[in-house]
Design a protein around this ligand. Structure first.
Ligand code: FEO
Length: 173
């Protein structure tokens, strides 16, 4: 069953995933400028994950023979002054993505679009994991605090998150 409203919603989500990748690439650049290579590795790796999410949405549109619309990408602005600011902004971004996925799930349910509802379940789980990941990172940054060498320790910790994430994404796509 084809639904024009579903086509619109999944196109919006697909474009959101591409904007997310763009944001993570820029955030990685922010870290590189500050010699935070572990943080950059995590964020650039995460940008790759967002591309796989975008392709997952694209694949669904193709399978369902829905029209495909790519929007222009806005400039990804990073206003963070500190590494904590950066990850708080990222967590807020992921909460917005979660809200958008949840709204799409609700809409699929409302129109009895079981195929789309089932497709979106993967994203529901993925968002839960992403929120947990970035909340854990913020907790770790807060735990390390802002004493001498704090940035060095934060960067070392985030390199470990990057390694764990790379291993996990190899199995989840
Ligand atoms: Fe594709 Fe960060 O959610």
């Amino acid at each position: 069953m084809k639904n024009p409203s579903t086509a619109k919603v999944i196109n919006q989500l697909m474009n959101g995933e591409l904007r997310a990748a763009h944001l993570y690439w820029q955030a990685g650049g922010w870290c590189i400028e500050r010699h935070l290579d572990g943080c950059a590795k995590l964020l650039l790796g995460h940008a790759d994950e967002e591309v796989t999410h975008m392709k997952r949405m694209l694949g669904f549109l193709i399978d369902c023979e829905y029209p495909i619309y790519f929007d222009a990408l806005p400039e990804p602005k990073i206003g963070a002054k500190t590494i904590l600011d950066l990850f708080q902004a990222i967590l807020a971004h992921e909460k917005t993505v979660t809200d958008n996925i949840n709204a799409a799930v609700k809409e699929a349910q409302a129109i009895d679009d079981h195929s789309t509802f089932e497709f979106l379940q993967w994203f529901v789980k993925e968002q839960r994991e992403e929120i947990k990941l970035f909340q854990n990172i913020i907790d770790r940054i807060n735990l390390i605090g802002d004493g001498p060498q704090a940035l060095y320790f934060i960067d070392t910790e985030l390199a470990k998150f990057a390694a764990g994430n790379a291993a996990a994404s190899g199995s989840s796509g």
